[in-house]
Design a binder for this molecule. Structure first.
Ligand SMILES: [Cu+2]
Length: 299
């Protein structure tokens, strides 16, 4: 597959990383900044293409992607905003887009052939942490498992407490590394729902999230699958857990929050004393040696 670096016009992306360098991981604008003006019309331009990405631990992955950012894209909007999703297909095969944040007939999702583009527009009426993914008919599953996933955060316009905000997308890598450490999608593993690794944010190494002791942390979480994610933070509880990321749904003081495949959640927690705490999927601890843990550091 060819390596094509393409800018994404409406996303604020860090400069392209070096050959084996991972991009910065924590990059949300957040609710306060995103919802400061508006409601407004936001257009997110996504470019479908293939790319070989460093994923950490000296591995690289051959990915289908929506951006050149080296991570699942996170799109931020607010309730009441009008959102246009525009996919420009720079790949050699057909791709589309299905965002779970929309109420719209699925025929709008595509796919569109190589060289083409598609778009649709809707008003965001429900807050949440929504998955979006390629929609390419019978091969949709293969494209999702090849990396074509992202998160769309629709913030409530008011009512959130100030917090350190981060976004996490859980997904997998679906091939055994070759002798050069290159992971390519393997159709047998894909068909058997048997990932080589399950990973957060499309990478095996993570930047530490730094907070003050007792500072509120809010996580916007999407699980692309396979299987449900059992989100747990060692050493503390989830003070509030909002299934689908909608503040109307609230569980309090839970040890582990359940996020279905194709679903999302937001949740809030605090770190009780200085130290390093790890966010994990408690049902997939076998992948911790491959980096499946987000370090949260209280100082
Ligand atoms: Cu696709």
């Amino acid at each position: 597959m060819t390596r094509i670096l393409l800018a994404v016009a409406s996303l604020s992306l860090a400069a392209a990383a070096g050959a084996d360098e991972l991009p910065h991981e924590w990059h949300l604008a957040g609710q306060i900044k995103t919802c400061a003006d508006g409601p407004i019309h936001r257009t997110f331009t996504l470019t479908a293409h293939d790319q070989i990405e460093p994923i950490g631990m000296s591995f690289r992955a051959d990915q289908m992607e929506f951006t050149g950012a080296g991570r699942p894209p996170v799109l931020e909007a607010c309730v009441g905003d009008t959102v246009t999703l525009l996919v420009e297909n720079a790949d050699k095969m057909a791709h589309g887009i299905d965002s779970h944040a929309f109420f719209i007939a699925p025929e709008h999702f595509g796919p569109v052939d190589a060289g083409g583009s598609l778009s649709y527009t809707g008003v965001m009426t429900v807050p949440g942490a929504f998955m979006f993914h390629c929609a390419s008919g019978p091969v949709t599953d293969v494209h999702i498992k090849s990396g074509m996933v992202g998160e769309m955060v629709v913030y409530p316009r008011t009512g959130l407490r100030p917090a350190k905000e981060i976004a996490i997308v859980q997904g997998g890598f679906w091939g055994d590394p070759d002798s050069n450490g290159l992971v390519s999608p393997d159709t047998t593993r894909i068909m058997h729902n048997d990932p080589w690794a399950i990973a957060f944010n499309g990478r095996l190494e993570h930047e530490t999230v730094h907070v003050r002791t007792h500072e509120l942390i809010r996580v916007y979480f999407v699980n692309a699958g396979p299987g449900a994610s059992s989100v747990h933070v060692m050493g503390t509880m989830l003070e509030r857990f909002y299934p689908s990321g909608n503040p109307e749904n609230v569980e309090r003081d839970v040890q582990t929050g359940l996020v279905p495949a194709g679903g999302g959640a937001s949740f809030e927690l605090r770190l009780p004393e200085p130290g390093m705490y790890m966010l994990v999927d408690h049902d997939n601890l076998r992948f911790v040696p491959l980096g499946m843990a987000i370090p949260l550091m209280a100082e």
